[in-house]
Design a protein around this ligand. Structure first.
Ligand SMILES: NC(=O)c1ccc[n+]([C@@H]2O[C@H](COP(=O)([O-])OP(=O)(O)OC[C@H]3O[C@@H](n4cnc5c(N)ncnc54)[C@H](O)[C@@H]3O)[C@@H](O)[C@H]2O)c1
Length: 290
């Protein structure tokens, strides 16, 4: 199935950039959130990413400044922001990117089942919730699939494609093909909490979080050490800030509930979430963000 038009539900940390990836591949995309302010933030993220990509090509001499500007305008012209489902009547592929809570996913999937054409594939960007359970909210569980991007969606190449119990082989194939259409690499992952990548990454992060809680070593020192010695672009506390501390805590709790104490929920992170300090998206987390 070729995707002529797509939609993204939720314009937060992930949604705005996912819409940018789709639009940059030449596919028109509707970006929905519950409030115009959130839609605008998502559109601004898409603009920033597009401008940064174009600027790099200009510096390399692959585009003139005018061509770079036209590229940015072309990408943004493919994205339509909305706070309702008006533009969903002719979409082929929808990616849900609302918070990691089953009740919210169910509400959105029931809505999507009602407003999208019968052939449309309904995908979730969930970090680890059950695709089978998400699909229960629809009359088309065969067309529900996990489609898991990683932060930052514009530069991380891999998408995990996850089948629920009822997902049809045609849907899995169509999702993998769409991943290629938007220039990503699809990998098939089993339906288990955390799928493949988060199961590995959060397991490693858990030990670092546990060590920090136990020793009180400053998070800045740990981040700096890991950035230098593991040659990673960012340490784990800054990555958590950029991803959203509420999302990271929820994912860590789900993994601990599923697999036991080898997964860990960082106490300092939980406390920050309790105070509304969610990282970059709220302006403050372990670090201050402009
Ligand atoms: N943050 C990450 O690093 C990351 C990485 C991969 C996957 N994910 C997953 O992606 C999903 C979204 O995460 P996020 O970090 O972007 O969350 P977020 O909290 O930054 O954004 C969620 C957005 O969804 C909106 N929303 C809520 N209900 C809605 C509705 N009914 N219709 C439209 N919009 C609605 C909210 O207003 C908010 O803007 C989660 O399932 C998360 O686990 C997150």
């Amino acid at each position: 199935m070729f995707v002529f038009k797509a939609a993204v539900v939720g314009a937060g940390v992930m949604g705005g950039e996912i819409a940018q990836v789709i639009a940059a591949a030449g596919v028109p995309v509707v970006l929905k959130d519950v409030d115009q302010q959130f839609v605008d933030t998502g559109l601004e993220k898409a603009r920033e990413v597009s401008a940064s990509q174009a600027a790099k090509l200009v510096v390399k001499g692959k585009l003139t400044q005018e061509q770079g500007d036209a590229q940015v305008q072309g990408i943004l012209g493919n994205i339509t922001g909305t706070t309702d489902y008006a533009g969903f009547g002719d979409v082929d592929f929808v990616i849900e990117a609302v918070p990691e809570k089953m009740a919210m996913k169910h509400e959105v999937f029931a809505d999507l089942d009602a407003v999208t054409p019968g052939h449309a594939i309904l995908a979730s960007n969930t970090s680890g919730l059950s695709i089978t359970e998400i699909a229960d909210a629809t009359q088309r569980p065969d067309k529900v699939v996990g489609f898991h991007f990683f932060w930052p969606a514009s530069s991380m190449r891999v998408i995990e494609v996850i089948e629920g119990d009822a997902t049809s082989p045609e849907t899995t194939q169509a999702a993998s093909t769409f991943a290629q259409q938007i220039r990503k690499l699809a990998i098939r992952a089993a339906e288990c909490p955390g799928f493949v990548v988060n199961r590995i990454l959060v397991s490693t992060a858990s030990e670092i979080w546990r060590y920090q809680d136990e020793t009180g070593v400053p998070v800045e020192a740990i981040d700096e050490f890991i950035r230098e010695h593991a040659q990673m672009p960012m340490g784990p506390f800054r990555v958590a800030d950029m991803s959203g501390l509420d999302t990271v805590v929820k994912v860590a709790r789900d993994l601990r509930d599923a697999y036991g104490d080898r997964f860990y929920v960082h106490q300092g992170m939980e406390e920050r979430v309790g105070r509304g300090e969610l990282g970059a998206k709220s302006g403050k987390g372990f670090y201050e963000h402009r």
